[in-house]
Design a protein around this ligand. Structure first.
Ligand code: KG4
Ligand code: ZN
Length: 345
């Protein structure tokens, strides 16, 4: 079986061909960073237009690279939400139209289910159940994953996502968009502790997060102190330390609370070096194991969408002709592929 995956939920256009067994035969991502950089953030209308411009040539390219003709594709999986509504509509319209033209089933995939299952694209895939820490520009979640489609959200951010906090703080420190990696690089040159930032929600029980106060605290420091280069690096280091400590403590708590010995990290912030180091040492003390998908599967991509869609198409779940997308969509509204197949009219 060959599944064509399509990802257009935000500011990356992705197309991929994934075979059964989760073998990625081609995976291409086109980043819109240059489109949005002058505005310092994603402009939804420009995102939609760029997806329209890029998506069909990208699909042609992944088909060629995987040595597939249109007739070799057995199913199509596109991101149906959550995300920017106009951007989602582009992928859904193209995915559904191709499915109609090629007479194959198509399915709308939950973007976060794609992220959750991305580590299963790796050779050393985690067994179920596992705890997933999803940290991206739009989401910060701790999820207990029992099987495909059985997700319990253990904790989530009450305000900004971790990546969003990185991006907004980077802007405050005068760093270019997208700020997360730039802030992490600046932090490498600084030392934490010279500035003291709060560790949001650490003193409270539970597994929720809050990052907006941290950004405000940075704003106050920047305003009061008028920082030189070394102070900016120290503030960046302290900010990174505060976010990473919060994520690490809550991830540890989730493993202890569930008694599960496998932690999966997904989403763009999962690329952060300090976070990876700290999570490595947490799992060592718990005799647990942590799984980091390779960076191109951590950030937005269509291979993870194709894979998540494949598990559902394989169970006989496919959508009708309607082009339906959802800007908001809770992960725990999903059901297992078998349940979804049984529920079909
Ligand atoms: O998963 P992703 O590619 O896109 C979505 O948001 O869905 O995540 C992007 C986020 C951005 O906020 C970016 O600044 C952040 O991940 N990010 C990082 C690093 N690399 C990317 N944050 C901290 N440290 C990094 N090394
Ligand atoms: Zn994402």
């Amino acid at each position: 079986m060959r599944i064509l995956g399509i990802e257009t939920s935000c500011d990356e256009t992705g197309a991929a061909v994934v075979t059964d067994q989760g073998v990625v035969s081609s995976n291409v991502v086109h980043s819109q960073v240059r489109v949005h950089a002058p505005y310092g953030g994603v402009v939804p209308e420009l995102a939609s237009r760029d997806h329209v411009r890029v998506l069909t040539p990208l699909i042609r390219r992944v088909l060629e690279r995987s040595g597939s003709a249109a007739g070799d594709v057995n199913g199509i999986a596109y991101t149906a939400g959550p995300g920017l509504i106009g951007a989602l509509l582009v992928g859904a319209a193209v995915g559904r139209s191709l499915a109609w033209a090629w007479r194959v089933p198509a399915i709308g995939v939950h973007h976060m289910e794609g992220h959750l299952l991305a580590p299963m694209l790796e050779d050393e895939a985690p067994d179920f159940p596992f705890v997933a820490l999803l940290v991206s520009g739009g989401h910060t979640l701790l999820v207990e994953v029992r099987e495909v489609g059985r997700y319990e959200v253990l904790g989530e951010t009450l305000d900004d996502a971790a990546g969003e906090a990185f991006d907004k703080t980077a802007k405050l420190l005068g760093l270019p968009y997208p700020g997360g990696p730039a802030l992490a690089a600046l932090a490498e040159r600084g030392v934490p502790g010279r500035f003291r930032l709060p560790r949001p929600m650490l003193d409270r029980p539970g597994l929720d997060f809050s990052f907006s106060g941290l950004k405000t605290a940075v704003m106050l420091e920047v305003r009061e102190a008028g920082l030189d280069e070394s102070a900016r690096a120290d503030l960046a280091a302290e900010f990174q330390e505060a976010v990473v400590e919060t994520l690490t403590v809550k991830a540890r708590r989730a493993l202890e609370q569930t008694g599960i010995g496998r932690l999966v990290v997904a989403g763009g912030v999962g690329a952060n070096r300090l976070l990876r180091e700290r999570l490595d040492s947490v799992v060592r003390t718990l005799d647990a194991r942590v799984y980091f998908p390779r960076p191109e599967f951590c950030t937005d991509n269509a291979a993870m969408i194709a894979f998540a869609g494949f598990r559902r198409l394989q169970a006989g779940v496919a959508g009708g002709m309607a082009i339906e997308v959802r800007a908001r969509w809770r992960l725990d509204e999903l059901t297992t592929p078998a349940t979804a197949a049984g529920a079909r009219p």
